[in-house]
Design a protein around this ligand. Structure first.
Ligand code: A3P
Length: 322
């Protein structure tokens, strides 16, 4: 049974009673849970997800740190995986927001969205397709142990911060000043943060198990969408045939999922994902390097130093400008 708003608030209060909480770069309190900063609204869903989710080998999981290109990647992977089922002219992505087609495991499926998640999951056609912001170390063991695939996307930490700050200010009850939000972000206190542990967890797994985790960067995707659409299809075990390539299937998918196309769709301009989030909040500028319009020299210095400290030696680096 779905919980009412009051029941949900009570559940959240019980669950979070003993957890350390902070105000962070998010829409509500963040709780230190299993060594990351979990939004209060996701804790119950996350626990249910960890307890009850049984991965299947054919599952496709899109994982990401918030505001790094999740919407784009779920649209692309959905279009790639389901290309035999839908024509481009009549595609569900033209009438549904990508987050409605590929549901979040901790926020939607195992939260108050679905009456009976286990039944819902058992009825889904394969390959099942999900999204998650959960850090790798907190994923259910069945995801790690099964042969299901994870596609992870991340983005340069400068643009990620600006995207998150503008986004959360659209859904927060109280406006968060840029400087205050920046301090939180630099301290790692943002939804599902710290951002460096999140990305390093998936980065290391992608190196150790390249057939399990495909690690993508927003900037690389923007630079060569065609190449990445092909590599996502190969990684997911459904490579494009020569015929599909010559018929322009890759270009059609790229166009269908492009920022300009998706942002202008009625569903994404006027409809809502839930009571708090308008679909249009997922589509802002989609630029690489927009951070230059927000960062002061001291902010640049501070974040560059953190990136250097946290990522040095990992081999992970980012393109900051287009
Ligand atoms: P900006 O805020 O910089 O514009 P997420 O999907 O993880 O919430 O990330 C949101 C960011 O991805 C936003 O960045 C948004 O504009 C951008 N985005 C959304 N859809 C996109 C698409 N189809 N192509 C490229 N970028 C997209």
């Amino acid at each position: 049974m779905a919980l009412t708003g009051v029941q949900h608030a009570n559940e959240e209060e019980n669950l979070t009673f003993n957890l350390h909480r902070e105000r962070g770069l998010s829409y509500s309190y963040l709780y230190l849970f299993q060594e990351f900063w979990c939004p209060g609204a996701a804790i119950q869903g996350l626990i249910n997800f960890q307890k009850h989710f049984q991965a299947k080998d054919s599952d496709v999981i899109v994982a990401s740190f918030p505001k790094t290109g999740t919407t784009w990647l779920i649209a692309l992977s959905f279009a790639i995986v389901n290309r035999q089922h839908f024509s481009i002219e009549n595609h569900p992505l033209l009438t549904s927001n990508p987050h409605k087609l590929v549901r979040s495991l901790e926020f939607k499926i195992f939260c108050d969205d679905v009456h009976d998640p286990i039944l819902h999951l058992s009825k889904m056609t394969e390959p099942r397709h999900f999204s998650t912001h959960t850090p790798l170390t907190s994923l259910p063991m069945s995801i790690i142990e099964s042969s299901c695939r994870i596609i992870y996307i991340c983005r340069n930490p400068f643009d990620t911060f600006v995207s998150a700050w503008t986004y959360f200010n659209k859904i927060r009850p109280r406006f968060l000043a840029l400087e205050e939000a920046f301090e939180m972000y630099c301290n790692g206190i943002s939804s599902f943060g710290p951002w460096w542990s999140h990305m390093l967890g998936y980065w290391k797994e992608s190196i150790a198990r390249p057939n399990k985790v495909l690690f993508l960067k927003y900037e690389d995707l923007k630079e060569d969408v065609n190449f990445h659409v092909k590599s996502i299809a190969e990684f997911l075990g459904c490579p494009f045939t020569k015929e599909e390539e010559s018929d322009g299937m890759i270009e059609s998918i790229m166009k269908l999922c492009s920022f300009e196309k998706m942002k202008a769709l009625e569903v994404n301009m006027y409809e809502k994902l839930d009571t708090v989030i308008d679909n249009k909040f997922f589509f802002r500028k989609a630029e690489i390097g927009d951070w230059v319009n927000y960062f002061s020299p001291s902010m640049i210095q501070k974040l560059s130093k953190i990136i250097e400290e946290k990522l040095s030696g990992s081999g992970l680096s980012f393109k900051m400008h287009s």
